[in-house]
Design a protein around this ligand. Structure first.
Ligand SMILES: [Zn+2]
Length: 189
């Protein structure tokens, strides 16, 4: 398996951690059209530390795996769970570009086999090299915040739904050794 290193410009500014602190894998999808757009969002500075929001790994539709942040660094990818987790971002349009429109909450892009094969390889590789990894969850399991819909102030929508209902949890869980702690993910087992 090949992992292409493409460190984010601010990688050095992210906080360090001992690898044995890492126990949770968080699965995301980018809800963006392509990897170039994901990179643009990842490079945006959001914090006084000069850093922004991104996963550690990105997987494109046809299978290539990129490392944007090394696992020894704490990336900002999930509220409240960053210190102990690794974030894997899968390229998928999700609800783009009307993320929070009340009539646009059903993603329709499926996940290609090549992309999911790479994801399984990456999870197993990380599990071998970081033995403290135990658990896995979807972002939607860890962030259930509701926000006002972009088209109707009387409606609420999920802030985060990734990786969403089209993600093949059942297939992925059959091929990895981590324990699924997500309640949404569990529905698909
Ligand atoms: Zn996410």
């Amino acid at each position: 398996m090949h992992i292409e290193e493409q460190a984010l410009p601010y990688e050095d500014l992210l906080d360090n951690r001992p690898l044995k602190q890492v126990e949770l894998m968080v699965i995301h999808c980018t809800e963006l059209p392509d990897i170039a757009t994901a990179r643009m969002y990842g490079e945006k500075i959001h914090y006084n530390s000069g850093t922004g929001n991104s996963g550690h790994y990105y997987i494109d539709r046809d299978g290539p795996i990129y490392q944007w942040v090394k696992p020894e660094k704490i990336a900002h990818h999930v509220k409240g769970h960053n210190k102990q987790s690794i974030g894997i971002e899968i390229i998928n349009t999700g609800r783009y570009p009307e993320w929070h429109h009340s009539q646009h909450q059903q993603p329709d892009e499926t996940y290609p086999d090549k992309q999911i094969d790479s994801l399984i390889d990456l999870i197993n590789h990380l599990h071998r090299t970081i033995p403290s990894l135990k658990h896995i969850a979807g972002h939607e399991d860890l962030d259930s915040e509701l926000i006002t819909a972009s088209d109707d102030i009387t409606k609420k929508v999920r802030r985060k739904i990734d990786p969403g209902p089209l993600f093949p949890w059942q297939h992925v869980m059959k091929n990895i050794q981590l324990i699924n702690i997500g309640s949404i993910a569990k529905k698909y087992e």
